[in-house]
Every structure is written in C-alpha cells, then in structure tokens.
Design a protein around this ligand. Structure first.
Ligand code: M3L
Length: 260
C-alpha cells in the first residue's frame, strides 16, 4: 500500500516535471535583460556613492558608524552616483520603455511583426534608425530625474538608519530593510514628475519629433493635461519602490560587511 503510494507520487512528479519547468521558464521569461541592467547600474551607483563618500569624509564604512558623515556629504555622494549611473542606465532604460510601449508586443504567426523583437534587436534597430546618439534619447531628462533624487535616496537611508540604531552599532537587518524601503519611496515620489517627462522624451523620435527639448515637453504636457500629468504612476512607483529598495540596501550592507 505504502509502496504503491510512493510509486504513484514519484510518477506524478515525473509527469508533472516538464509542466513545472515550462511554467517556471515562462514565469521568469524576459528577466535576463532587467537583471543585467540592474546589476550594471547598481554596481556603478553604489560603487561611485561609497567611493565619493570615502573621499569626502576620509573614513571607512565601519568608522562612519560611530561618526556620522554630514548629510551634505551624503547628498553630494548620492548626486555624483546619480550623474555617473545615468550614462549606463540611459540605453537600458530607453530599451525598456520602447519595448513596453509597443502596440504589438508579441510575435504571432502570420500576424504583423512587432517593431522590436527583443532587447538586442531593439538596441540594434534604434542604432540603425536613430544613430548611436539615439540610444541616449531622453538621457538629459533621466539625469535631471536621478541626480537630486538619488541624493535624497541616500540621505533618507542614512538618516533613518542613524535614528533607529544605538550609537556605534551596525543597523539591524530590519532597520536596513525599512530604511531602504523609505529611501525608495521618498526618491520615487520626488522623481515621478520628471519620470513622466523622461519616458515621453524616450518615445519621441519614433515617428515624428514632437518635443524640442525637456522644457518644451514639460510645458506642452502641462498645457495639454494639466498638473495631474506630473503625478502619473506615483502610486505604482512608490509601491514598487519600497520592496525593491529594501532588498537593494540589505544586499548592499551584506556585501560591504562580507568584503570587510
Ligand atoms: C532615483 N529614482 C527614484 C529614480 C530611483 C531610485 C531607486 C533606484 C532603484 N534601482 C529602483 O529602481 O527603485
């Protein structure tokens, strides 16, 4: 009896396995592009941030626990990280926005071919149709969005950690998670108006050019849609910002400690 059940269980598993695999692969399909992009961009951002802070304060990460760096230094280091990461983020972000805004996102047999068939094809097509500079379309708006808001991001993080950690100690994992989450929300709330503009600039140039530049895009979006346009996606950005940045900062702290 027991034997029979085990065999049945094993058989079920064997039969079910291909389905599970397909399901899993389907579930994570399309994840390699964001994964590569986030790995590159976050290493640049956090690398620049910690090195600039190191240069400004002449203190190691561990020493800074007992002697908090000034928020001005944290802000400057965050802004510098923001400027440098823009060069890396711009093409990745452009490709993401272009792919997300496709009207025929899927290739269907016999149906119309989508303009971009995937991230690599998208990059090659932009390069061909819009030139190498085309890959940096919207980069100014992106830099304007990210420079001050990444300063704010790190100030929020360090401030929250400092306030909730006994003097001289390392913040607990729970504190790091909440501080990272709040940093994500604060920076996304501040970044949302320029995020709307950035995405519009990135989509511009696909057919005819609609905007003359960032300012023109701000003015004409405001004229056509009112003040509300600058708050588009605010809720979703914040809701996503909390968990994403909680985990980001937890891994950052973990790596800092394991590398010594
Ligand atoms: C500055 N800005 C708010 C745009 C982003 C800040 C957090 C960056 C993080 N990789 C994320 O995707 O949430």
């Amino acid at each position: 009896m027991k034997e029979g059940r085990n065999t049945a269980g094993a058989l079920g598993l064997v039969l079910g396995h291909p389905f599970d695999t397909v399901k899993l692969l389907g579930f994570f399909k399309g994840m390699s592009f964001p994964l590569v992009s986030i790995a590159v961009v976050n290493s640049v951002l956090f690398g620049v941030y910690s090195n600039v802070l190191l240069a400004l304060t002449a203190m190691s990460h561990q020493e800074r626990r007992t002697q908090l760096p000034s928020y001005t230094h944290v802000f400057i280091a965050g802004c510098t990280g923001g400027v440098i990461q823009t060069f890396f983020l711009a093409p990745f972000d452009l490709i993401k926005v272009r792919l997300q805004n496709q009207t025929e996102p899927r290739v269907q047999p016999g149906g119309p071919q989508p303009r971009y068939r995937g991230p690599v094809h998208c990059a090659a097509t932009i390069f061909r149709e819009e030139g190498p500079r085309g890959l940096f379309r919207g980069a100014w708006a992106l830099m304007l969005r990210d420079t001050p808001t990444l300063g704010l991001y790190f100030v929020t993080y360090e401030g929250f950690c400092h306030q909730n950690t006994p003097h001289g100690q390392n913040p607990s994992s729970a504190t790091v998670l909440v501080a990272g989450g709040f940093a994500g929300i604060a920076s996304w709330v501040a970044a949302t108006p320029l995020d709307v503009i950035k995405s519009r600039m990135q989509m511009d140039g696909l057919r005819r050019r609609e905007y003359q530049g960032v300012l023109d895009c701000v003015v004409s979006s405001f004229r056509q849609e009112g003040l509300r346009v600058f708050f588009r996606g605010l809720t979703i950005n914040s809701a996503r910002g909390f968990p994403v940045n909680a985990v980001t900062f937890l891994s950052y702290e973990y790596l800092l400690h394991s590398w010594g």
